[in-house]
Write a protein that binds this ligand. Structure first.
Ligand SMILES: C[S@@+](CC[C@H](N)C(=O)[O-])C[C@H]1O[C@@H](n2cnc3c(N)ncnc32)[C@H](O)[C@@H]1O
Length: 180
């Protein structure tokens, strides 16, 4: 991990409210959550041993960042769970990033730099790296499409996988998709 990535994305860099405002959804579970308060709109959260615990529902994952092996472990569990949104730094050439590009259902490249929050919820000074949100599952895809409409960045459907259109998802799960 590079020095600036450590500075921008670390165990103590929390996601700011603007991101969640654009996503317009309440998550069932934040799988990597501090004991302290954050801006993550979630019904439940896990603060330790998450990789050993069963995840349920529509999840938010901004994992503690470590080495490549660690990234793969969180990535694999997220992809296997298949229902949620994950936040990772832009590292397009890294093997774990390429793995996500291949297996995620949707990808949102965040416009500009996210100002992550310190544990006291004040913004970090100078973000140096960009951010990607990966979606798994129909709801995640829909939520990232909504986030694009809200100006968070550019959304791309993973064209190498068969996907329903956003409209058909909305028609099928209208209630759930509108913030359920
Ligand atoms: C980058 S922060 C993200 C916090 C929050 N989810 C957000 O998006 O604002 C990662 C969090 O994961 C927590 N964490 C570290 N190891 C964990 C583990 N094994 N299981 C669950 N959470 C863990 C850390 O305490 C830290 O708060």
């Amino acid at each position: 991990m590079g020095k600036h990535e450590q500075r921008v994305i670390s165990n103590h860099c929390y996601t700011p409210k603007e991101v969640f405002d654009a996503l317009e959804v309440k998550f069932d579970l934040d799988v990597a959550h501090p004991e302290a308060k954050t801006m993550v709109p979630c019904k439940k959260y896990i603060s330790r041993d998450s990789l050993e615990i069963k995840w349920e529902g529509f999840i938010w994952m901004n994992p503690p960042f470590g080495n490549q092996k660690n990234k793969f472990q969180w990535s694999e569990k997220f992809l296997k769970h298949g229902n949620g949104i994950a936040l990772f730094p832009d590292r397009t050439s890294a093997p774990w990033y390429q793995h996500f590009l291949k297996h995620a259902d949707g990808i949102l490249l965040v416009a500009g730099k996210i100002k992550f929050l310190r544990p006291d919820l004040t913004p970090e000074n100078s973000p140096t790296t960009g951010t990607t949100l990966f979606a798994c599952g129909k709801k995640g895809v829909l939520i990232l499409q909504i986030a694009e409409l809200n100006g968070l960045g550019r959304f791309y459907l993973n064209s190498s996988k068969e996907q329903p259109s956003a409209l058909s998802v909305m028609n099928q799960s209208g209630k759930e998709a509108s913030h359920g």
